[in-house]
Write a protein that binds this ligand. Structure first.
Ligand code: ATP
Length: 217
């Protein structure tokens, strides 16, 4: 899906050659400050490399119309901004973007259930914890049905039980919807559970990786 060739961004990222998301789920791990978030931002063209090229489906990122790219690839930030005052408003905004006036409260409630939020749709976003906000934002992104999802530490604020649930949910979601997921996580063990590919980034450089069909990269 993504090919990086001789990519340099400030003194933060330096990656000579990397293919990402050949399989359904890719986990990027590595120490804090290593450049994982910066790499995701490069993949969605929020920032551009100073040098080198990034290809998505064989075409340079810069050659895609920005809106077209944003439709195909969505990124869940570590601390996503809320767009509305309540959970319902958050989902309404996504429905507007998806041009889906057919979404009803019942659909929204199902999403809240899938995200294990245990909240009413009228709940104020101000009252949500960081992890809950991130799950609302994830649900909002899923409504837009991107072909590639970039997730920045989606499990960081979850307890063990909810981490297990989320991993299982993402695995099934990727399979059922033919969606590629690239997920940043501090925790390399995630990769063992659900990843088809694991990449380790340290000090902005590729420090290892493997495909879970047994090949190294
Ligand atoms: N816009 C920027 N300008 C300058 N430095 C930046 C910028 N964004 C990030 N950095 C620095 O680049 C390095 C990599 O940051 P990044 O957020 O990509 O790391 P990370 O691996 O995602 O970290 P964490 O796991 O803590 O979220 C850090 O040293 C950070 O301070």
């Amino acid at each position: 899906m993504f090919e990086l060739q001789n990519v340099v961004y400030k003194d933060i990222i330096r990656i000579d050659d990397l293919t990402l998301a050949r399989g359904k789920i890719t986990v990027i791990s590595g120490p804090s400050g290593g450049g994982k978030t910066t790499l995701l931002k490069l993949l969605i063209n929020l920032i551009s490399p100073d040098d080198g090229e990034i290809y998505y489906k064989g075409k340079k990122l810069e050659d895609y119309p920005p809106l077209g790219l944003r439709k195909m690839i969505k990124m869940l930030a570590q601390n996503p901004a809320m767009l509305g005052d309540t959970i319902r408003e958050e989902f309404n905004r996504a429905a507007e973007l998806a041009r889906q006036d057919s979404f009803k409260d019942g659909d929204y409630r199902r999403l809240v259930g899938k995200m294990r939020l245990g909240k009413n749709l009228s709940e104020s976003c101000d009252n949500l914890s960081g992890g809950e906000k991130q799950r609302v934002a994830l649900a909002r992104l899923l409504m837009l049905e991107p072909e590639t999802l970039l997730l920045d530490e989606p499990a960081a604020s979850l307890d063990t039980d909810n981490v297990k649930y989320l991993l299982n949910f993402l695995e099934n979601y990727a399979e059922d919807n033919d969606t590629r997921i690239i997920m940043v996580s501090h925790v390399p063990e995630f990769a063992n559970k659900i990843a088809d590919q694991q990449v380790i980034i340290e000090d902005g450089e590729l420090k290892g990786g493997k495909y879970y069909n047994g090949n190294s990269s």
